[in-house]
Design a protein around this ligand. Structure first.
Ligand code: ADP
Ligand code: MG
Length: 247
């Protein structure tokens, strides 16, 4: 695994263990993402990728281990405050269906950031513009394509100005022709210096955008390194087998 000095590390997961009842799902998972870096997490279904992401923004509390943001544990933080610093985007968008696109964005800005309405609208419109959806501000999510809905979900997370963004298979629910547009928004974000952890089956994205690719298997990060090393010279037999199935 790559080691980074404490000052250069933005996000670190250290030896995280988690069981659901008697089912041990995370067994000492480690991950480091440098400030402004992108880590792509790959691995078979059920290996604990989503659970790992959820422990990072405290949707789940680990049984053991730590999650550090800029060297400081987040485990004592207020979860609502933490989720403004660590944004998350899910496979199923999770937009509020009964609200307009604009209101999906302004809600959190008003509730969490306590922005007045006019300021929230201004921030929300600017953010929608950045994902190419300013013209969709007044429609409901159901009137958008899946790709557009996912870009709204990304804009909603970004509007809170997070330090880190987590993506959990953000393109897996999309029709194939809509995947590219969402990946392009994510690649732009990475290029702009956002610190990101991206769980994905898009090996092309991982190869091109990630600084670190982490292979998860049975609740641990079995191998991690630059994409060239992980894809071209995988060390672990289980990673080799996984790659032979997906590439
Ligand atoms: P992945 O995202 O890599 O497919 P997950 O993190 O979703 O894997 O799940 C890892 C394992 O944990 C799976 O066996 C799954 O069934 C189990 N699991 C996930 N969430 C829960 C939960 N809330 N309760 C019980 N078991 C869970
Ligand atoms: Mg998952």
């Amino acid at each position: 695994m790559t080691t980074a000095t404490a000052t250069s590390v933005s996000l670190a997961v250290r030896d995280v263990h988690l069981a659901f009842g008697r089912h041990q799902v995370l067994r000492g998972a480690d991950l480091e993402v440098a400030r402004g870096g992108t880590a792509c997490v790959i691995g078979p279904s059920g290996s604990g990728k989503s659970t790992l992401l959820r422990t990072i923004n405290r949707l789940i509390e680990p049984d053991r281990g730590d999650v550090l943001l800029d060297g400081r544990s987040v485990l004592g933080d207020d979860p609502d405050a933490l989720r403004q610093r660590i944004g998350m985007v899910f496979q199923q968008f999770n937009l509020f269906p009964h609200m307009t696109v604009l209101r999906n964005l302004t809600l959190a800005l008003r509730k969490l950031k306590k922005l007045p309405e006019d300021e929230a609208v201004q921030v929300a419109r600017a953010q929608l513009d950045l994902v190419g959806l300013a013209h969709k501000a007044d429609v409901r999510p159901a009137q958008l394509s899946g790709g557009q809905q996912q870009r709204v979900a990304i804009a909603r997370a970004l509007a809170l100005r997070p330090q880190v963004m987590l993506f959990d298979e953000a393109t897996s629910a999309l029709d194939p022709e809509l995947v590219k547009g969402v990946l392009a928004v994510m690649a732009d974000l990475a290029a702009a210096g956002m610190t990101m952890v991206v769980v994905t089956h898009e090996m092309g994205f991982a190869r091109e955008v990630a600084d670190t690719v982490a292979f998860m298997d049975a609740g641990v990060v079995l191998e991690a390194g630059p994409p060239a090393a992980v894809f071209e010279a995988p060390e672990h037999p289980r990673l080799r087998r996984f790659l032979s199935q997906v590439l």
